[in-house]
Design a protein around this ligand. Structure first.
Ligand code: NAG
Ligand code: NAG
Ligand code: NAG
Ligand code: NAG
Ligand code: NAG
Length: 213
């Protein structure tokens, strides 16, 4: 049993290392008229799910009361745009490992605002059975005439600095705490050492005696 574990562990490490780090970030929800827009859809895989067969469907509905249209399909390493309203403005932009299933809208128009749905289906093939799971992400896109990015970028920059300062401070506190702990345990070690050295002199002589003989 133990030898089994020992032989499996390095393999798991290899699988783990070759596996890209996946972070589930939500999509941007504001697009600028005439500019490209990336609709981000990320569905992270667990380590054991890497070999799944993945199908992705993107749907669009102008508003909640309108029925959805199937706008794009990704299967078997190929992507098909299905709705003529987008007029070849959709591009697949997913990653090789199919954890990122994003698309681009090149040249956004006002009619692109609405709700986008990214539906991921993964089928896992095992030797005797298959199992599939499905995941859905909704993105509500609004189209604006001009980039009003400044306040948000300023805000995120400020947040970044605040975070940096906070992290630095935290690191300092942590270092001081560790330093104190170390010097304290050093002191304790010294204390026990001096205690040991402070044994009554007769006893010391008694223990030392055989050595000198
Ligand atoms: C929903 O979108 C459709 C198509 O763009 C439009 O005709 C309809 O008026 C919209 N309905 C509402 C409630 O906004
Ligand atoms: C994908 O390819 C497999 C075989 O490689 C085929 O059986 C299947 O029908 C294909 N699916 C689609 C959606 O094209
Ligand atoms: C897809 O995204 C990558 C970065 O994630 C980018 O470098 C590349 O140009 C994009 N492809 C298209 C067709 O936009
Ligand atoms: C974007 O679309 C508008 C309106 O359909 C068109 O006038 C413009 O030339 C397009 N721009 C690009 C870069 O395709
Ligand atoms: C996405 O939107 C659809 C239709 O509006 C809704 O039925 C579904 O529950 C939503 N899914 C998520 C994950 O928000």
């Amino acid at each position: 049993m133990v030898t089994h574990l020992l032989t499996i562990t390095p393999l798991l490490y290899i699988v783990h290392l070759s596996h890209q780090v996946c972070v589930d970030v939500p999509s941007e929800t504001e697009a600028v008229l005439g500019k490209p827009m990336r609709l981000t859809c990320i569905d992270c895989l667990k380590r054991e799910e890497v070999k799944a067969i993945t199908h992705v469907d993107w749907y669009f509905m102008p508003n909640e009361s309108w029925s959805r249209t199937h706008i794009l399909k990704y299967a078997n390493d190929s992507c098909t745009e299905l709705d003529s309203a987008f007029n070849r403005r959709l591009l697949w932009n997913g990653s090789q490992d199919l954890q990122d299933l994003s698309i681009w809208i090149t040249n956004v128009t006002y009619s692109d605002s609405g709700i986008y749905q990214c539906i991921v289906k993964r089928e896992f093939q095992f030797s005797y059975f298959s199992h599939s799971i499905s995941n859905m992400k909704n993105i509500t896109l609004t189209v604006i005439e001009k980039a009003s990015g400044d306040p948000t970028t300023l805000y995120s920059e400020i947040m970044m600095y605040v975070l940096l300062v906070f992290l630095t401070f935290w690191l300092l506190v942590e270092m001081v705490y560790c330093y104190r702990k170390i010097s304290k345990s050093d002191e304790q070690a010294q204390d026990t050492a001096t205690n040991y050295l402070a044994v009554p002199s007769e006893q010391k002589d008694a223990t030392a005696a055989p050595v000198t003989e």
